[in-house]
Each structure stands twice: as C-alpha cells, then as structure tokens.
Design a protein around this ligand. Structure first.
Ligand code: FAD
Ligand code: SF4
Length: 397
C-alpha cells in the first residue's frame, strides 16, 4: 500500500536551495526527504496546527482554562528528576539517552532518530538513525544549533523498520506528527526536549565569541535557572555569565528567525518531554503527556531520583520589565548585571514559576517580532494559548 504513496514520487530539495518556509525555515530536515511532498501541511512555520495535532497525539488539546495546561501543554504528570548515576558528558544527567538505550535494549523499538556531531566540529549536527546503544550514547549532549533531524526519514521507510523512537525539538516534532501516518510504522514513540533561541552554526560562533572568555574550548552551555549562562570548558572549568549582562544589542539578530517566531517552547506534541526549566536548580524537569510517555518513563524510573515539581515567586513584573529592555537592546554593565542576578536568584521565580517566566518573556518577544515582521501571519501562526499568555502584558507597538 505504501508503495503507492504519493510522496514516493517527490524529490528532496538540494542542500543549499531555498526552503518553502524561506527565511523562517528551521532546517528541520523534512525538505531533505521526499516527504517534502507534504510540506505545506506539515511545516511548523507554514501551517501552525498545534491544537489539532495535540488532539491526534494525546486524545485532547490543552485546556486553556487550566493554568498548567495553558503553559506546559497536555500532560498527565510532571516531576523533577535526576539520574542516580549521571552519564558523563550528557547535557544534564542523561535521562534522554538512558530512555533511548533502554527502549532499544528491550526491543520496544528497532531504531532511534537522534543527532550526533560531525568528526570535525562538536557543534555541527549530524542526524542519524541509531541501531545500537553506542550510537545513541554518541549523540548525547545538545548540539545547540538548528539540526535537520528529519533528514533521516527516507532511510526509515527504506529500512522497513516498524517501531521507532524519535528524539527532537518542537519544530521537528510538529512536522513529524503531521506526516506520522505516512511513515508506514506500527508504533512511533516521541521523546522531546524544550527548545528556545536556537541558532545556525555561524550564529552560534557569534554568540560564543560575544559572550564567552574562551569560545573555542566551550563543550556545552545552558541558560540556567539561576539567570546565568553556564559554559563548560574542555578542562572541566565552568564560566558563568549573567543573562542581564549579555550584549543584547549585538545578539539581537543572532537567533534564527524560525526561533523568533516559535511558540512551541515546551514541545507540545512529544509523548514525553525532558528539560530542566520547570525544576529546581540542578534537577531535570519531566512532562508525561500521554500513556506512551508514561510507558517510556517507567523503563528508567528505578534509575532516577524524583521529587514533586514546586513553584515559588512571582514572575510578572520581571517579564514586564524584560519587554522594553529586550526591545531596546539594553545591556547592563557587568557589575550591575551580576548584582541583579544575585538579587533575582534570591527572590526571583523558581520551579514552574521560572518556566512561566521564561515562556512569558519569549512569547511576548516573539509575538512582537511576528507582529512587526510578518503581520499577515499573526492571526493564524500564533496559537490560541500563546495569545492568551501574551494578553497578560502591556506590549509596545
Ligand atoms: P542527553 O542524554 O545529553 O541527550 C541529549 C539529546 O538531545 C540527544 O539524544 C540528541 O539526539 C538530542 N539533541 C541534541 N541536539 C539537538 C538538536 N539541536 N535538535 C534536536 N535534538 C537534539 N530545556 C529547557 O528546559 N529549557 C530550554 O530552554 C531548553 N533549550 C534547549 C535547546 C536545544 C537546542 C536543545 C537540544 C535542548 C534544550 N533543552 C531545554 C533541553 C535540555 O537542554 C536537555 O537537552 C534535556 O534536559 C535533556 O538532557 P539529558 O542530559 O537527559 O540529554
Ligand atoms: Fe521544510 Fe522543515 Fe524548513 Fe519547514 S522548517 S521549510 S518543513 S525544512
């Protein structure tokens, strides 16, 4: 039946050719395959359809009157967790890689879509269809750049695999869900991470050079819950730079236009999401969206310490203040940025409230960006939940 599928007649785009979403393309990889046939319906930046895809994936779309649904999407359960024994070199404690390895080891899936780096460059993504746990472990740690994870979709169909795990960020997963039924699979598992402010490889270089004391030795970094960017260097040393000291004027254009128009920070369509921003400092944050996600988490529960999610502080004033500061590209002197970071860390939002702080400040910024640059897209591209969140704040014109 699949051999008659219309996409088999389509042709992938050549690597450097312009994509249908033009400058908004996040290089999700779909157009590198014959599934480009479905791009008009599937691309997250051409056809926003999160509510419908939520209903298809989870049996319901989020309830806009429930605060936690509004912010974090459809879910059965949330928790903070860390591995009892962290995987050395993973982004956090390696929960994502561990789940993927267990699923392959126990035969739940025959392959895992994940992203390694190229031999020459630790930050240049190299998506793969992993068939061994060694290959999955070699994909640990974030490649903090746009990554064409879906470029391996043709390989899946050709391999005849019927049970698959895909690891990915929101825009990749939106396109994946839209073509899920065309992949000829018996079972698809989706393990997502939140994602925000991603960059092209050259954008990453600019960010590192503008922000770190030693850009060439950075092995990974994260925008942490203590309002600082934590850079880890090759020699194991850590470097912390307060958010408020970032050179916003120089970094304004560094984020990919796709990420400036994205409202799927929390990866609404994955079965299970593993991030950090809703958890206390040092812990990972897990969102179980449906029964499939629960099944995946159960496989590793005995390897985790867990605790309930918590929430404290009040983000609203900090978000409102962040809006004009970003808009005008204000950069504080480093001493003031450090002081502000210390104060905010002491009294500022924590746990789920920190996650709401981050969602609110990115959604308001992105809403303004779409309104100014793509006014014709505003009504259809911004999901209802994001409009409801943005309405809480006073925005400049
Ligand atoms: P690991 O076991 O180290 O595994 C990491 C997995 O990520 C690997 O399987 C790899 O295939 C996959 N991966 C790496 N790079 C990419 C990429 N570019 N695209 C798709 N998949 C990739 N969490 C938050 O709470 N808030 C955020 O703002 C946030 N931003 C993120 C931005 C990016 C670009 C990425 C990739 C992740 C982000 N996360 C964010 C998630 C968080 O940083 C960790 O990835 C997550 O907690 C899992 O950690 P781990 O130790 O379990 O992962
Ligand atoms: Fe194609 Fe993905 Fe780019 Fe959209 S974001 S144009 S689906 S590669």
């Amino acid at each position: 039946m699949n051999s008659l599928a219309p996409h088999l007649k389509a042709k992938a785009l050549k690597p450097n050719s312009r994509r249908p979403a033009k400058e908004l393309c996040s290089e999700c990889g779909l157009c590198d395959t014959y599934y480009i046939h479905y791009v008009k319906e599937a691309c997250a930046f051409i056809h926003q359809q999160i509510a419908d895809l939520e209903a298809a994936a989870h049996g319901k779309s989020r309830d806009l009157n429930q605060e936690n649904d509004l912010y974090f999407g459809v879910h059965q359960e949330m928790m903070a967790a860390k591995k009892k024994q962290a995987i050395p070199g993973a982004q956090w404690t390696g929960i994502v890689s561990t789940i993927a390895c267990e699923m392959l080891d126990r035969g739940l899936v025959e392959g895992v879509v994940c992203v390694q780096n190229t031999a020459e460059d630790r930050f240049q993504p190299q998506p793969i269809l992993a068939r061994t746990t060694e290959e999955i472990l070699a994909a640990k740690v974030n490649k903090p750049t746009l990554s064409p994870n879906l470029s391996v979709l043709e390989e899946i169909e050709k391999s005849g695999m019927k049970r698959l795990l895909v690891i990915g960020v929101g825009c990749q997963i939106q396109a994946l869900r839209a073509v899920e039924k065309k992949l000829g699979l018996e079972k698809l598992y989706v393990l997502g991470t939140p994602c925000v402010d991603n960059v092209t490889r050259s954008g990453l270089q600019k960010f590192l050079e503008t922000t770190s004391r030693s850009p060439e030795t950075v092995v990974h970094y994260e925008f942490m819950q203590d309002f600082r960017v934590h850079f880890k260097h090759e020699d194991g040393s850590m470097e912390m730079v307060p958010f408020f000291g970032l050179k916003t004027n120089k970094l304004k254009d560094v984020f990919a236009p796709s990420c400036m128009t994205c409202f799927d920070y929390v990866n609404s369509l994955a079965d299970l999401v593993v991030g950090y921003m809703g958890a206390p400092f040092g812990w990972q944050w897990i969102v179980v969206r449906n029964d499939t996600g629960k099944e995946m988490l159960e496989l590793v529960k005995d390897q985790l310490n867990t605790q309930d999610v918590m929430s404290s502080g009040d983000r609203k004033q900090a978000v409102q203040n962040s809006i004009p500061a970003y808009d005008k590209g204000v950069t504080l002197p480093m001493w003031a940025a450090k002081m502000m970071g210390v104060v905010i860390e002491k009294i500022g939002p924590k746990g789920l409230e920190y996650a709401r702080f981050s969602i609110d400040s990115h959604f308001t910024r992105n809403y303004l960006y779409v309104k100014r640059n793509y006014p014709e897209k505003l009504a259809a591209h911004v999901p209802e939940y994001a409009k409801k969140i943005v309405e809480k704040y006073k925005l400049p014109d």
